[in-house]
Design a binder for this molecule. Sequence first.
Ligand code: NI
Length: 145
Amino acid sequence: MPRVLAGVVTVTRQVHFNSAHRLYNPSKSHRWNVRRYGLCSNPNWHGHNYILEVSVRGTPDPQTGYLIDLGDLKRILHAAVVDPCDHRNLNEEVPFLRGIIPTTENLVVAFWHELAPRLKPARLQCVRLFETPRNFAEYHGPLID
Ligand code: NI
């Protein structure tokens, strides 16, 4: 039997997708939207090369030494987020984003809710989304667990 090291670890997988979006709150005036969102409210959309990093936390299985099979994690990320969002318009074409203003903040929360049930029994630790190389948001789940 190989030696097993006990410890809680975090494993992260990164995936990429490209999407169009527009930041616009239809319950507010056009003037309000242009003031808040500027070019991001462009009615003809704009795009981002998104980078999504999803981290899972727990104790590795003593038989495999894996916390989660990274191939499984990759398949889950593609099924839950990349396939529905890649080369899509986030405002109009992604059912689970319907009615949500697709800011990076709102996207990490929405992605969490899509991913957490599919990852069980592994525990989702963090969803981190880069909208640009310098701008990103993270979500660590609801404050009350
Ligand atoms: Ni944008």
